[in-house]
Design a protein around this ligand. Structure first.
Ligand SMILES: [Zn+2]
Length: 348
């Protein structure tokens, strides 16, 4: 694999990049350090931050600490007000290191956790709009909820925060609370005082939300508006007319043009999504399936790649090479599916 091909594959989170590093780690060290020292996801909200993929790539090296140090340095230097997914990404990668016994990673995580916690304790007013300090604190809490012990310790801290700073309520850390760990803690008999404060605040907030939802469901004006919104949405989704080339060779030509230029990223993404939506319909023209291997290898969005992979599986278009590299993809659903497929391949 050339450097250029490697960069292309690594930035897409493809398993082929992982395999290339495993075969020859030193050759790609600079590129790995450069591309994976910030959140590599195309859309972290729908595909996650790809932290496990990055950690697996780092672990192909004899000294993964080289990358740990880069990540710690970046993580430390982020301001509490930093926006975006990097805090979540760094925290998750460091949690993987820490779970493997790395003390420096652990130290960096808890130092940042404390720093953000103290900022929240002192906060006097809720900001209008974005609240990055809270978001970043919650990203770290979520990355750390790998064990019951840690979850309960964080729950204690958040309970203390609710107790001493009234700008926060049970909805302030809804993501951290929406977890099976929360249900376990809520059932636990011997909660400490602050854990009870946390659990009660979350439950009260949710009961309040549910009451408001029921009230809306009894409001005819709200219901009429909601139906109208639904109709508009369905109209857009179901009756959207695709401006798709009418034959295979034009389609491939268009994909080729879109497939290389970085400036076309968004345009390519929406075109790929349109094709994938079309392919899930019964009446999709047969030639459209030729787009799938191209979408698979060119999209930067691993969520679209997952859909392409699924459609290829359904149409028996997967090759052994694709299945093999998908075992190391950044998207865990692709990995799961590839594992099933690879068993079937080897059983033949
Ligand atoms: Zn996508």
């Amino acid at each position: 694999m050339t450097k250029k091909e490697f960069i292309y594959a690594l930035s897409r989170g493809l398993g082929s990049a992982y395999i290339a590093v495993r075969k020859n780690p030193e050759k790609y060290k600079k590129e790995v350090a450069c591309l994976l020292s910030k959140c590599p996801a195309f859309d972290a909200q729908c595909e996650g931050t790809r932290s496990y993929y990055s950690y697996s790539v780092f672990c192909c090296y004899k000294e993964p600490e080289y990358f740990r140090d880069i990540i710690i340095k970046r993580f430390d230097s982020l301001s509490v007000k930093n926006r975006g997914w990097n805090t979540a990404y760094y925290a998750e990668v460091l949690v993987y290191f820490a779970c493997d016994g790395d003390e420096l990673a652990k130290k960096a995580l808890f130092a940042k956790y404390k720093k953000l916690y103290n900022t929240l304790l002192k906060k006097k007013r809720l900001p209008n709009g974005v609240f990055p300090e809270r978001d970043n604190f919650e990203y770290i809490c979520n990355a750390l909820r790998v064990s019951q012990n840690v979850y309960d310790r964080i729950a204690t801290d958040i309970g203390k925060l609710f107790f001493s700073n009234k700008i926060f309520d049970g909805g302030s850390f809804g993501w951290f609370a929406s977890n099976s760990q929360f249900k376990r803690l809520a059932r636990k008999k011997n909660k400490n005082k602050y854990q009870s404060i946390f659990v009660n605040a979350v439950n009260e907030y949710e009961a309040e939300m549910e009451r408001a939802r029921q009230e809306r469901l009894n409001d005819p004006i709200y219901l009429a508006e909601r139906d109208e919104r639904r109709k508009r949405f369905l109209g857009r989704e179901l009756f959207k007319e695709f401006s798709l080339p009418s034959n295979e060779s034009d389609l491939l030509k268009l994909l080729n043009v879109l497939g290389t230029d970085k400036h076309n990223e968004n345009c390519r993404h929406s075109f790929h999504s349109d094709i994938l939506t079309l392919l899930r319909r019964k009446n999709a023209p047969i030639y459209v399936k030729s787009a799938l291997p191209i979408i698979y290898s060119t999209t930067r969005c691993s969520y679209c790649r997952e859909k392409a992979f699924t459609e290829m599986a359904r149409r028996r278009m997967l090759t052994e090479t694709i299945i093999e590299e998908c075992l190391y993809d950044c998207n865990s659903d692709i990995v799961r599916l590839a594992k099933r497929k690879s068993k079937r391949f080897s059983n033949r």
